[in-house]
Design a protein around this ligand. Structure first.
Ligand code: PLP
Length: 395
């Protein structure tokens, strides 16, 4: 059997048509497959590789930590220098109330931990989540998914979750003294990049404050400069009670986190103790990689370049077949009239060495979320391929 056949046989499949490209090298915004074809990466491992693939400083930090120690004990017992250094650095770059970091294995686990923390802090059970939102695929996080197609097969789900419409004033009336938390994405990514109305978001926060409800903001996709701010919430004049991080947090290594004030987080220490348990969460190599990546991100000033790169995509991607283009920095949805059209465009792009895909709840939208380090030359080349792909469909 060749590699592709072994992949199909022995790697558990979740799609009838996986891309099945065999990437053997990744650098910056480029991916090279076994046949030597080099792709421009427009999706960055789904908003993970914000500083590009295999940044030398990230690789160096991984090698250094791997030479010192790997796993030593379950989460939270030992002083692990890479965890402490990264948590301190994150706290320096966050508002003062977000000062205590619980490192997890993944974004979904961060969601789970945050829901549990909200229940512990408030003593309440009700959770408000949003239609077309995505917070992860574990059973609890999946109960929050705002789409019946994706959650229905897994019933019974977590009880007491209300799914409401994002940006809808009616939400304010539903937040009351029974609500443990409101959980929302700062920008609804998988819906196809839908940003909140700032006034609405501020009112949600205000209503949360009035009722003692915790506001959880999921920045797993929007964090680390993706929207042109280090944290997406900075654009909206709100600060969450609990912040969810993942994806770019680990600089290409697996890592998630939920971040809150120490006074909230301390609820996990008593009655019962060990409020959240993980063996590998906050793995030292992941923390070393994440810290190195965050330092690179800040030093290289790629976040400051996001608006001009977003503008370049907007300027170049003009075509009658593009029915809409929504962007929050370098998180961009290029909308077509149908999934069928989008799929043809995507397939052509991949054929021509440009890697892109669609969104979970926005299948008619082509995803652009490249490494923030992508060059303007690469952006121009990528847009040329997308426009050629559209023309090649005779659209
Ligand atoms: N939240 C958001 C907004 C996401 O986009 C994702 C993943 O795509 C998650 C949570 C879940 O993260 P993970 O896949 O690391 O569990």
């Amino acid at each position: 059997m060749n590699q592709r056949q072994l992949f199909l046989q022995h790697i558990a499949q979740t799609s009838p048509a996986p891309l099945a490209l065999e990437i053997i090298k990744a650098k910056g915004a480029l991916l090279t497959d076994r046949q030597g074809k080099t792709y421009i990466d427009l999706i960055a491992g789904i908003s993970v590789c914000n500083v590009g693939h295999c940044h030398p400083k990230v690789v160096k930090a991984i090698r250094k930590q791997a030479g010192e120690y790997l796993h030593v004990l379950v989460y939270g017992e030992l002083v692990e220098t890479p965890q402490v250094a990264y948590a301190s650095y994150l706290a320096e770059h966050l508002p003062a109330s977000l000062n205590s970091v619980y490192f997890t294995n993944s974004g979904a686990e961060a969601t789970e931990g945050a829901m549990k923390l909200a229940k512990r802090v408030t003593g309440r059970t009700r959770i408000i989540a949003f239609n077309q939102s995505y917070h992860g695929s574990t059973q609890g996080a999946l109960s929050l998914i705002g789409d019946e197609y994706w959650r229905n097969a897994y019933r019974p789900l977590l009880p007491d979750i209300l799914h409401l419409n994002y940006n809808d004033a009616a939400v304010l009336e539903e937040i009351n003294h029974l609500t443990a938390c409101v959980i929302l994405e700062t920008v609804q990514a998988e819906k196809g990049v839908h940003a909140p109305d700032p006034a609405w978001l501020q009112q949600v926060q205000q209503r949360c404050k009035e009722t003692g409800t915790l506001l959880i903001m999921d920045e797993i996709q929007t964090g680390f400069g993706r929207t042109g701010y280090l944290w997406g919430f900075q654009a909206y004049g709100v600060v969450p009670d609990i912040l969810l991080l993942g994806k770019a947090l680990g600089g290409g290594m697996p890592l998630g986190a939920f971040v809150a004030d120490k006074a909230l987080m301390d609820h996990f220490t008593l009655n019962p103790v060990l409020g959240h348990i993980t063996t590998f969460g906050g793995h030292p190599v992941s923390c070393a990689a994440g810290l190195a990546a965050m330092k690179v991100l800040i030093k290289e000033k790629w976040i400051q370049q996001v608006p001009e790169k977003e503008a370049l995509f907007r300027e170049l991607l003009q075509h009658p077949a593009i029915t809409n283009l929504r962007a929050a920095g370098l998180l961009i949805a290029v909308e077509f009239e149908s999934f069928a059209v989008n799929k043809q465009v995507i397939d052509y792009c991949i054929e021509k060495a440009l890697l892109t895909d669609w969104f979970l709840f926005g299948a008619n939208c082509l995803r652009i979320a490249p490494p923030l380090s992508i060059s303007k030359k690469e952006i121009r080349k990528a847009c040329r391929i997308i426009l050629d792909a559209i023309d090649a469909q005779g659209l």
